[in-house]
Write a protein that binds this ligand. Structure first.
Ligand code: SRM
Ligand code: SF4
Length: 571
């Protein structure tokens, strides 16, 4: 009893929910309010949506004694980011009909729609399902969208690794029929079936917290492999996939002022064969299910379980549960993060076009008719779309003879900006932030493009405009744009205030450090101006900005410094 009392309230909600049903049906049927019952706002996440309100009008509505402008964000899983032209057209139509008319490409290769009202939830989720995508487990204490490198260089390898990512994604889907009952009018369970329900992998209270998986193919680290609970590094020899190095315990989420929270790079713990992939994945998920901290949601990710229990303990758990240990990790090297934009050809002769979508927001703007242009491309594309891990979009598998038609649409709709971008803007990432995110403390998506413009002026002054430098901004410390892995990281602290983090590695293998706390734009620009001057004068050949700052010893060890395990990350 004492144990139960200490569990976080969300554990009780999950336990009482009858495998994620809660009172969602009743909440949806209640037309007197645009909101869900309180417990259902937690359960809704497992079904792929969040209750939000438009924060731009929150204060004004409060003054007018009105309820907040409630609305919902819906996230659709897209394993490995692959989406057919038909699915794209479906998302486009759904966004226009039920959401705010924009599509958001996320940092985990998924779709988000914003501004859906309560009575639009069911038709939206149904329409997404009918397009052969779905929102099941897009959020909640389960495995989330499985990420996989978009890999426009090697077609056969991409297919193979994508298939593995998709298999892992399927394997970890919740078993409950709740989703089908609520959203797809599936048949209700009989009393006997209700009594016999079970979740073979998750158990009745699912995981202590969200769980994230990614697949990367060195040398490209486009998925930011070390940021996830579990990651697989493809080991390729002579063009053949040998298996995967397994990395565990990455995560970004931090709470300002709470030293027990920190970003952490995943630790490489061994190597597994492709045929061991599902067993290794399931075992690691179950270790976290059984030992993750269910009393404190801020301390509940696998990164904390690992640090609390130790790496030896983790290996013992693996051997005990699988009957064998992982082999020794194989050598690998990452050279860069980010996406490759523009046209590239794969070994099979097909072409792939990486398009820049600023902060992943697909919308029609005066100078960029992105929605219209991508709709036109989807109507003629014989290949597929790939949502990239960095909020961009790859038009994949285009035959030589079809390139000109795509180029024509791209240019006429202003989708060709990749030609003109500075490398910094190309690499910039911002989370959603205001006005929809309930956790935002400062602007992000709506502010970073303007700030990058000002930083570009500094770079020009120091003759550094063509230098690739990663910059990422989030409206709070949760880390949705993985800001602790960027050379310049800006983490929202309050309106117009950011913590400035500096010095991550360009290839995503070193976290940055807190350099200035609660700074405004003028100070950010002043600090960067000076550091760019030092960098321009003192850098070694081909030295990245983050590496230069790190070498100079300018970065103190902060609460965001790496944990002991991270010292073992190979260079
Ligand atoms: Fe995130 C919560 C948006 C990727 C760490 N994230 C949220 C919520 C749902 C806010 C909330 O809980 O009320 C945000 C919705 C904003 C909105 O209005 O749309 C939100 N996260 C996003 C997206 C859309 C950012 C983007 O601009 O693309 C990304 C959607 C990913 C997806 O498709 O599944 C997104 N979030 C991430 C990542 C990056 C990643 O996974 O590679 C992280 C850091 C990695 C990690 O998990 O450690 C991340 N999001 C968080 C956290 C902190 C978790 C933690 O361990 O402390 C929260 C807060 C929470 O869970 O309580 C959060
Ligand atoms: Fe919201 Fe914070 Fe995530 Fe940005 S980092 S989307 S502000 S939770």
């Amino acid at each position: 009893m004492a144990e139960t009392a200490k569990l976080s309230p969300v554990e009780g909600i999950k336990a009482r929910s009858n495998f994620l049903r809660g009172t969602l049906l009743e909440s949806l049927a209640d037309s007197a309010t645009g909101t869900l019952a309180e417990d259902d706002t937690q359960l809704s996440k497992f079904h792929g949506f969040y209750q939000q309100d438009d924060r731009d009008v929150r204060d004004e509505r409060r003054r007018q004694m009105l309820e907040p402008d409630h609305q919902f964000m819906i996230r659709a899983r897209v394993p490995g980011g692959i989406c057919t032209p038909k699915q794209w057209l479906a998302m486009d139509a759904i966004a226009a009909k039920h959401a705010n008319g924009t599509i958001r490409l996320t940092t985990r290769q998924a779709f988000q729609l914003h501004g859906v009202i309560k009575r639009g939830l069911k038709p939206t989720i149904r329409a997404i399902y009918d397009s052969l995508l779905d929102t099941i487990a897009a959020c909640g204490d389960v495995n989330r969208n499985v990420m996989s490198s978009v890999l426009p260089e090697q077609s056969a390898l991409h297919q193979q690794i994508f298939q593995h990512a998709a298999a892992v994604s399927r394997h970890l889907l919740p078993n409950t029929r709740a989703y089908h009952e609520i959203w797809l009018d599936g048949e209700k369970l009989t009393a006997e079936e209700t009594a016999n329900q079970h979740e073979p992998i998750y158990g009745p209270t699912y995981l202590p917290r969200k769980f994230k998986i990614s697949f990367a193919v060195p040398p490209r680290n486009d998925v930011d492999l070390f940021a996830h609970d579990l990651s697989f590094i493809a080991i390729i020899e002579n063009g053949e996939l040998q298996g995967y190095n397994v990395a565990v315990g990455g995560g970004m989420g931090v709470t300002h002022g709470d030293p027990k929270t920190y970003p952490r790079l995943a630790t490489v713990v061994g190597f597994c064969l492709p045929e061991q992939l599902l067993q290794v994945t399931e075992t690691i998920v179950k270790i976290q299910r059984d030992f993750g901290d269910r009393t404190d949601r801020k301390h509940a990710r696998l990164k904390y379980t690992l640090d609390d229990q130790g790496e030896d303990w983790f290996h013992e758990q693996l051997v005990h549960r699988m009957g064998y240990s992982l082999s020794l990790a194989r050598e690998y090297e990452f050279t860069h993060t980010g996406d490759r934009l523009g046209w590239q050809q794969t070994d099979n002769g097909l072409w792939h076009l990486g398009l820049f979508i600023e902060n992943g927001r697909v919308q029609d703007l005066p100078d960029r008719k992105q929605l219209t242009g991508l709709r036109a491309i989807a109507e003629i594309l014989k290949g597929e779309f790939r949502l990239t891990p960095n909020q961009n979009l790859l038009i994949a598998n285009v035959a030589e003879e079809d390139r000109a038609a795509i180029d024509q649409i791209v240019v006429s709709h202003g989708l060709d900006s990749w030609n003109r971008l500075s490398p910094m803007r190309e690499h910039a990432l911002a989370c959603v932030g205001f006005p929809t995110c309930g956790l935002a403390m400062a602007e992000s998506e709506r502010y970073l493009p303007e700030l990058v413009g000002k930083i570009e002026q500094l770079l020009t002054r120091h003759d550094l405009l063509q230098q690739a430098i990663t910059i990422r901004m989030t409206g709070c410390p949760n880390g949705c744009a993985r800001p602790y892995l960027s050379e310049i990281g800006l983490v929202g602290k309050g309106p117009g205030l950011y913590n400035l983090h500096l010095g991550a590695a360009f290839n995503g293998t070193r976290l940055n450090s807190l350099f200035r706390e609660s700074v405004q734009e003028a100070e950010i620009l002043q600090v960067l101006d000076q550091l760019f001057a030092d960098y321009a004068a003192g850098r070694n050949e081909d030295e990245y900005f983050g590496d230069f700052l790190y070498r100079q010893g300018l970065l103190s060890n902060s609460s965001h410094s790496t944990t002991p395990f991270n010292e073992q990350i190979p260079a």
